[in-house]
Design a protein around this ligand. Structure first.
Ligand code: FES
Length: 212
């Protein structure tokens, strides 16, 4: 059996945050209190999960769907509910590329580096986007505006090279077109500032995507 987390680099998956030793409630926060947002999620949704190991992945998925990522305290709350070691929950989470451990940016740019996209220049495209944003794949800009990721294939190879901005598929992107996209989302406070970009609703982002 593979060692959990052995196939996903910490950079690509989002580094597991460093934290102090958990207190009795599994929280590193003052007074043992969870972050209110985590507390709210746990009280309204988390407690409904059966207290068994088979709930680990469903709970992680539910927590990420509600919180946008997996804070360490959320994983510890899950471990406490399931009466398992926190390291087990964190190990399972780090094994799967679907989970992220850093708060996502307001916008998410995902570059496909699968074969069809790569032969059409997505490698250089990703390099140029990284240079423009001054971050690497799997990272978020310091101002929290943009998170950058790469995937192996969106299942939209005919549109290569493909980039997905939030939920919008951008077809046949170039370094020049993505420079405009990056400028637009870096300067705007909200999502949806994607005027003038070629997009296709036909593709299904993430259908075959796996974080690399
Ligand atoms: S290789 Fe990029 S969408 Fe398939």
């Amino acid at each position: 059996m593979k060692k959990p987390g052995s196939h996903v680099s910490s950079k690509k998956a989002g580094r597991m945050p460093k934290g102090g030793a958990p207190n009795a409630r599994g929280s590193a926060g003052p007074g043992g209190r969870l972050d209110p947002e985590i507390e709210r999620w746990f009280a309204t949704a988390g407690v409904a999960f059966p207290s068994s190991r088979s709930s680990i992945i469903p709970m992680l998925q539910a927590a990420q769907a509600a919180l946008g990522y997996l804070p360490r305290d959320a994983m510890r709350a899950i471990a406490r509910h399931l009466v398992v070691p926190p390291a087990l929950v964190e190990g399972v989470a780090s094994f799967y590329a679907q989970f992220r451990f850093n708060k996502p940016g307001r916008h998410r740019v995902t570059v496909c580096t699968g074969t069809a996209c790569y032969v059409r220049g997505s490698g250089k495209l990703l390099d140029d986007i990284q240079a423009d944003l001054e971050i690497g794949s799997g990272e978020t800009t310091a101002d929290g505006a943009v998170s950058l990721e790469s995937v192996s294939c969106f299942g939209a190879c005919a549109l290569a090279p493909v980039v997905v901005l939030d939920d919008k598929v951008l077809r046949q992107q170039t370094s020049e077109s993505m420079k405009k996209v990056v400028q637009d989302i870096s300067s705007g406070p909200s999502k949806g500032r994607s005027r003038g970009m070629r997009s296709s609703p036909a593709a299904s982002p993430g259908a075959r995507g796996a974080r690399k």
